[in-house]
Write a protein that binds this ligand. Sequence first.
Ligand SMILES: NC(=O)c1ccc[n+]([C@@H]2O[C@H](COP(=O)([O-])OP(=O)(O)OC[C@H]3O[C@@H](n4cnc5c(N)ncnc54)[C@H](OP(=O)(O)O)[C@@H]3O)[C@@H](O)[C@H]2O)c1
Length: 257
Amino acid sequence: MDGMKIAVITGASSGIGKEICFALQDRIPAIQEFWLFSRRKESLQEVEEQLFRPVRLFSWDLTKEECFQKYEDLLIKENPEILFLVNAAGFGKLGRVTEISVEEQLKMLDLNVKALTAFTLKSLEYMGSSSRIIQMASAAAFLPQAEFSVYAATKSYVYSFSLSLREELRNTGVGLTVVCPGPVDTPFFAVAGGGGRMQKIKQLFMAKPKKVAKLAVMDAVLNRPISIYGLPMKGFYLLCQMCPDMLLIPVVRKFYR
Ligand SMILES: NC(=O)c1ccc[n+]([C@@H]2O[C@H](COP(=O)([O-])OP(=O)(O)OC[C@H]3O[C@@H](n4cnc5c(N)ncnc54)[C@H](OP(=O)(O)O)[C@@H]3O)[C@@H](O)[C@H]2O)c1
């Protein structure tokens, strides 16, 4: 591969995706250009100002399916080598399924599942033997979560798809890390709404996005399969592996009240 060595980051305008941009800048000197995707151009420009390498901005709404073809066309035209693909764009809505509009719930699928899958699959042939994929799942992937139902299900998809894809990529040298943080201090909860239902769990376990991002990049470099920030969430992961779902679902639900 002799194309420009790039990092593709979706959800780069805010929160964990933005911090991953800075962590990649600090840790991976081989990246020659950053390609940043999200809807808000001004927020992307603010990130661009803090990156000291060439940047290309794409203010696209990734819930719109035409973006997938546009992304493929862009790759064909530029023929880059994708060193890092980071799928961080995502959102969740808190509440009972009857309290959230059907359209909004389907949008979670469009962004968290469809866009992530499309960007991953379309990027693969541009990845070389030391390339890495970072997929933002969540600790919500470990267990079905009442009142976060569709969101948790999308993250279970990300977790399952990512680990099976990692296996398929085993002999290619392309590494994949699925990132599963608990609550992180970003605008995510303002978007999630739900009238402060996450208050208790937030106060207990809230992590800083910079720390989650730094660990994600380090785990990706080391090609670890799963990146979980902090002891409480590592403990939660082990608990979910050991206990039947039906026992834990009502317990976790109590945190939202
Ligand atoms: N914060 C948490 O507690 C937490 C915990 C576990 C996992 N996660 C996951 O981590 C990822 C990043 O979340 P965050 O906490 O950093 O939240 P955030 O600060 O709200 O960031 C979400 C990002 O997704 C982008 N985005 C949203 N809708 C989009 C659309 N239709 N098209 C393109 N981009 C879109 C946003 O940019 P624009 O608004 O500019 O489009 C933003 O850059 C998500 O996948 C989330 O599910 C978060």
